[in-house]
Design a protein around this ligand. Structure first.
Ligand SMILES: [Zn+2]
Length: 67
């Protein structure tokens, strides 16, 4: 079931020409392409936590879209 969520996330984001990147409020990092991977790799987020649908709000709060 979690793989469905991941696929959704991957497909929804950028249309191929316009690559969206994000700014992370937690580490003030720029140019982040995969928010959930970033949380896991840089902030020790638990995989189950970041793939939970109800935590998408949290992800939206942490990351700001930059163009
Ligand atoms: Zn970060």
């Amino acid at each position: 079931m979690s793989s469905t969520v991941l696929e959704f996330e991957n497909h929804v984001q950028p249309r191929s020409e316009r690559q969206v990147t994000y700014f992370c409020r937690l580490c003030r990092g720029y140019g982040i392409k995969t928010r959930k991977s970033h949380l896991q790799n840089f902030h020790n987020a638990n995989r189950d936590t970041v793939t939970k649908r109800s935590n998408n709000d949290l992800v939206d709060v942490i990351f700001i879209e930059s163009k």
